[in-house]
Design a protein around this ligand. Structure first.
Ligand code: S3P
Length: 435
């Protein structure tokens, strides 16, 4: 699958993006181990999150689809999951694999996880190591650090006070989820704040979770089924926001977007670059949501570093595109995590934007983008990474001549309808999909 992108001068309209990926995964996993029936609305029906639904079904939770994005999950309770009859395939989804390992660490049976080529390259030791210290047993490739990976849980698990070496919500969540089956409270301390969807949702399911500074503590206890409203994914909205900021004309509003402060780093970075983004129609809830409206403006380079990085880690590919259109240099540092995402995103951003005439200097933990370049249409490749595919398509909207983004089927993992949505805002077929 590839996308031909024609340059466009104007994007106009009001849109909604599909449900938040992180919140969707968590609703499936918590629903599966809760007592009673959890109702989820706005679930992201993209490949990654469907993997989580399949996994909980294989473990014994009952999942019923009631309508688009609407699911009923009959939970098995903390004691009720059972050994799956086959290997669980997590596809491209790191969140499915890592959060599931946390749940499986507390199950008294063996489960095997695998994934696609990308996921099988990604590090799993970051979760296996603390879970092993809690009493789970792992057997897998590369010293138990890569999928396929087998885990045999233990119940109860030993409590842990874990000092995580990286700010990763997946690591934090895996340890907290395992903590549900621990003898006593578990805690995780991070080097800086990562997204807190797990903490919020665990509380919603009735679990005691306290956050103090950079430490989160969970007291083991049962989960009571509840209802979950999944807001729009700000990581998907980011593609529309950057597109709306860098085209010449128009106005793009994205309604119902999750604006949890641990996720809004992209708004802070775009604001620092001089983008005009208004936040309105705010709705408070378990996860706050708002309408984000962007109009085009002159952008300037900025520095993106430190504690801001985990708050926008998934948006860095598209922020690199905004940086290419800005005046001056944008510097991204403290972002070595980009190298272990769905692809090595530091290398991919440099290589692919380079083909479009952008000067990107790679460093071990980030990159510099020299702004102000005229983007040239080119044939570029996503390398199977959904966020690269969409970021490159956005770059193509402002390039001279046609851009072809190759290997775009991966967009399905997080943002079904991306192509149609851009075309609607452009008022014509600007992104054309080809087999
Ligand atoms: C996620 C956490 C982040 C993010 C990923 C989703 C989550 O990963 O990049 O897309 O839902 O917890 P890390 O925990 O590896 O930083």
């Amino acid at each position: 699958m590839k996308i031909r992108v024609r340059p466009v001068h104007r994007l106009e309209g009001r849109a909604r993006v599909p449900g938040d990926k992180s919140v969707s995964h968590r609703s499936a996993l918590l629903g599966a181990v809760a007592h009673g029936v959890t109702e989820v609305r706005g679930y992201l029906e993209a490949e990654d999150c469907l993997r989580s639904l399949h996994a909980i079904q294989a473990l014994g939770a009952e999942v019923t689809k009631k309508g688009p994005g609407e699911y009923r999950i009959a939970g098995a309770g903390l004691e009720g999951l059972g050994e799956p009859g086959d290997v669980l395939d997590c596809g491209n989804s790191g969140t499915t694999a890592r959060l599931l390992l946390g749940v499986l660490a507390g199950q008294p049976f063996a489960t095997m996880l695998t994934g696609d080529d990308s996921l099988r390259r990604r590090p799993m030791a970051r979760v296996a190591e603390p879970l092993q210290r809690m009493g789970a047993t792992f057997l897998g490739r590369s010293g138990n650090s890569r999928l396929p990976l087998a885990v045999r849980g233990q119940r109860p698990l030993e409590p842990i006070q874990y000092a995580a070496p990286v700010a990763s919500a997946q690591v934090k969540s895996a340890v907290l989820l395992a903590g549900l089956w621990a003898r006593e409270a578990v805690s995780v301390t991070e080097p800086s704040h990562s997204r807190d969807h797990s903490e919020r949702m665990l509380r919603k399911f009735g679990v005691t979770v306290e956050s103090r500074g950079l430490t989160v503590t969970l007291v083991p206890g049962p989960l009571t089924a509840t209802s979950v409203d999944v807001p729009g994914d700000i990581s998907s909205a980011a593609f529309l926001l950057v597109a709306g900021a860098i085209v010449r004309d128009g106005r793009v509003a994205v309604a119902g977007v999750g604006v949890n402060p641990t996720r809004t780093g992209v708004l802070d970075a775009l604001e620092a670059m001089g983008a005009a983004i208004a936040v309105g129609e705010r709705v408070e809830g378990d996860e706050p949501a708002a309408t984000l409206t962007v109009t085009p403006s002159e952008l300037r380079g900025t520095t993106i570093a430190g504690g801001l990085i985990p708050r926008l880690i998934d948006e860095l590919p598209v922020l690199a595109v905004a940086a290419a259109r800005a005046h001056g240099v944008t510097r991204v540092t403290d972002a070595a995590e980009l190298r272990v995402k769905e692809s090595d995103r530091i290398a991919a951003i440099g290589r692919e934007l380079g083909k479009m005439g952008v000067r990107v200097t790679e460093r071990a933990d980030g990159f510099d983008v020299e702004g102000g370049a005229r983007l040239r249409g080119a044939t570029v490749a996503s390398g199977g990474d959904h966020r690269l595919a969409m970021a490159l398509a956005v770059a193509g909207l402002c390039a001279e001549g046609e851009t072809v983004v190759e290997d775009t089927a991966c967009i399905r993992t997080s943002f079904p309808g991306f192509v149609e949505l851009i075309n609607t805002l452009a008022g014509g077929d600007v992104l054309v999909e080809q087999a």
